[in-house]
Design a protein around this ligand. Structure first.
Ligand code: PLP
Length: 365
């Protein structure tokens, strides 16, 4: 590049984050919901858009939205911070609590954005590892955080892209051990049988230091997946009011538009629809996993709306390309460290999953 003004020096080293937006008839590469939000939500949202005072700044504290989320979770609005997607939530956390001279721990392979936003905010990344089945050994985790003394320790549950939820026993160990905040990214939380939210207010494991789990634990959620609202860009965290206050200081003024706030408030009125979509997608996931088990691929258990698999007899990239020839787009992780040879498919509608499975049969040959 011959730009007269170079970008910040540490940008050069960063690959950036991009999931290629290739056009395809069946798009199963970014874990969105294959279903639109309910018709009732759309109508209510259109009415609300007409009511917004477009010439005025939105409520800076997103009070109505936070109160609706507080009611949804049975907690206080002071324990909730909302932003433009959970990625902006994570960015605010890092701006508020990370930065030069601070460290954050991640356990690879995991969601690439955690380390990426650390680097954007000049927070040093210390990487722990996962085992061959993508689990985290509690002793290893304890050793890594003991050595690194991080301000933030990231978990992703269910873990993207491997799919499994972290066991509560690991969360309990870590919430008692991490010196700073334990951030659990639950973008796929409603698909999983367990949530870190159940640990809130609990204390450390028996014999551990008397740490208030509620102070250390931060749970991050998004409307992008289970709520079928990726276009709206809305995410939030549940955490201690001081964590929320820190994030509010880090966010730009009026960062969350009135339209986004309204979209979220209305979405929460359709909880039953969301739960029905989640149940359907989970049963489709189990069907896809069952079908994959009969093919020449290795798979891993998923508690989310995607499945990681590794073709055993053809190179992953070739399989990915062959699927694209059938206009089926999935995600290629085959060159990512720790994910060698792996592909990830998002669960779509039953018809899309059928197309994927039929194309895969051919692609594996
Ligand atoms: C998809 C995803 C998100 C969502 O990010 P948004 O900014 O809310 O769209 C967050 N975390 C993980 C692990 C994800 O896979």
């Amino acid at each position: 590049m011959s730009a007269a003004i170079p970008v910040r020096s540490n940008f050069e080293a960063m690959e950036g984050y991009h999931s290629p937006q290739v056009s395809a008839e069946v798009r199963l590469n970014t874990n969105e919901s294959p279903f639109p939000p309910p018709e009732g939500w759309r109508e209510a949202f259109e009415r609300e858009v007409a009511r917004v005072e477009a010439n005025r700044y939105p409520d800076r504290h997103a009070r109505v939205l936070r109160e609706a989320l507080a009611e949804f979770h049975g907690i206080d609005a002071e324990e909730i911070f909302c932003a433009n997607g959970s990625n902006e939530v994570l960015q605010c956390l890092l701006l508020a609590f990370g930065g030069p001279g601070k460290r954050a721990v991640v356990f690879e392979p995991t969601y690439a954005l955690h380390a990426h936003i650390c680097r954007l905010t000049h927070t040093e990344v210390v990487s722990g590892r996962r085992d061959a089945n993508f689990g985290i050994d509690p002793d290893h985790a304890t050793a890594v955080v003991g050595e690194a003394e991080p301000v933030l320790t990231f978990l992703c549950s269910p873990n993207n892209p491997s799919g499994g939820a972290e066991p509560p026993s690991l969360l309990r160990v870590l919430v008692g051990q991490v010196p700073g905040l334990l951030v659990v990214d639950e973008a796929y939380g409603q698909f999983a049988p367990v949530s870190a939210l159940s640990l809130r207010g609990t204390h450390a494991r028996d014999g551990g230091p008397e740490v208030d789990g509620q102070a250390a634990l931060v749970v991050v959620r998004t409307f992008s997946k289970t709520w079928s609202m990726a276009a709206a860009r809305l995410g939030y965290l549940v955490g201690h009011p001081e964590v929320v206050a820190g994030c509010e200081q880090a966010a730009l003024p009026y960062h969350l538009s009135a339209y986004t706030q309204a979209a979220g408030v209305l979405a929460l009125r359709y909880r039953a629809d969301m739960e029905a979509r989640v149940a359907l997608i989970a049963s489709e996931r189990d069907r896809v996993t069952g079908a994959l088990a009969t093919m020449a691929v290795q798979t891993w258990h998923s508690d989310a709306n995607f499945v990681l698999f590794r073709p055993l007899e053809r190179p992953a990239r070739k399989v990915w390309e062959a699927l694209l020839e059938h206009s089926v787009l999935i995600r290629d992780f085959s060159t990512r460290p720790g994910l060698e040879g792996c592909l990830r498919v998002s669960i779509g509608t039953p018809a899309e999953n059928d197309r994927f499975l039929a194309a895969l049969e051919v692609a594996l040959r």
